[in-house]
Design a protein around this ligand. Structure first.
Ligand SMILES: [Zn+2]
Length: 134
């Protein structure tokens, strides 16, 4: 019982991939482009049209956006559930701080204010400042 002439599963899989690769890669890019536009649309809905939004994809494949010194990221790819998380660098220690999900501009403002008041992360630099102020 020779196996000659029979194509193995491994071979079939690789051949199929090679055949479909251009199509797969094209649709992946299209999918990505759609998600980028969704992120842009959703973020513009939150912050308004006045600011330039720079959209990108990070090394993990998450969609990111930058508006001035604020950063945004989305992990949810479900169309209706595109949750946007705001991120900033702490103005005092420079640490990357997540502000959590933002739903609208006031929500973002509240979270930024909380950060300034020292509620969003345990900031060593902020603690020191407060001790000095006492
Ligand atoms: Zn800090």
């Amino acid at each position: 019982m020779g196996q000659e002439g029979r194509v193995t599963l491994r071979e079939r899989a690789v051949l199929t991939w090679r055949e479909e690769r251009p199509q797969r890669e094209a649709s992946r890019l299209l999918w990505q482009a759609e998600k980028l536009e969704k992120m842009r649309g959703k973020l513009a809905g939150i912050i308004g049209p006045e600011h330039e939004i720079k959209i990108g994809i990070n090394s993990k494949g998450d969609i990111t956006a930058r508006v001035e010194d604020l950063r945004f990221i989305t992990y949810g790819y479900d169309d209706d559930l595109l949750l946007i998380v705001a991120k900033v660098n702490c103005p005092l220690c420079g640490k990357d701080v997540s502000l959590g999900y933002v739903e609208d501009l006031a929500d973002l403002g509240e979270k930024l204010e909380l950060l300034e008041e020292g509620y969003r992360h345990e900031c060593g630099a902020y603690k020191k400042l407060r001790e000095v102020a006492r």
